[in-house]
Design a protein. Sequence first.
Lengths: 113, 115
Amino acid sequence: KNQVEQSPQSLIILEGKNCTLQCNYTVSPFSNLRWYKQDTGRGPVSLTIMTFSENTKSNGRYTATLDADTKQSSLHITASQLSDSASYICVVSESGGGNKLTFGTGTQLKVEL
Amino acid sequence: DVKVTQSSRYLVKRTGEKVFLECVQDMDHENMFWYRQDPGLGLRLIYFSYDVKMKEKGDIPEGYSVSREKKERFSLILESASTNQTSMYLCASSFGGGLFTDTQYFGPGTRLTVL
């Protein structure tokens, strides 16, 4: 069964600090991996997308990495801001047709003063 | 910017009521999706549609039905609401082609409480 596991489940950091969120997956065959940001009471918004051949993708202060061999991804947030407080969801897409997106349960990040 | 709107942000219904959740997208997207989101479970796909009048079951379709009479509108119907359908419901749309590989754009969600 395809799975996406994220860690940590929750995280509290001080404003201005960096942090790294982890995503491990067992989805196969792999198509792409996305990181979404979901603010409280809102729908998820796509931050980055990476395919098999991509190792790193940046979007402002967000940098995602992918190791397709070990089936691991990370999302690094640099110089955190209060507005980064949200749930970050890792989503892996399966190739070869059929219905498959597998969602992680998210990491809840809180940035404090 | 893609805009996906949902008819209600919060909804309270009683057990046994018929419930309609509406979703509208303004970007001429082919694909539309309904998910529910529960703590500790992540998003789970209820139904999806890749064209007008076309619908496919997702992972948890039991107790739900859908309707897509117009390209921009996708409705989720709870025929007889039950307390275990209390959840956050998220609608999404995507352009076309890769049904599950294209970026999905989500609405703000409807938090449904069934008493």
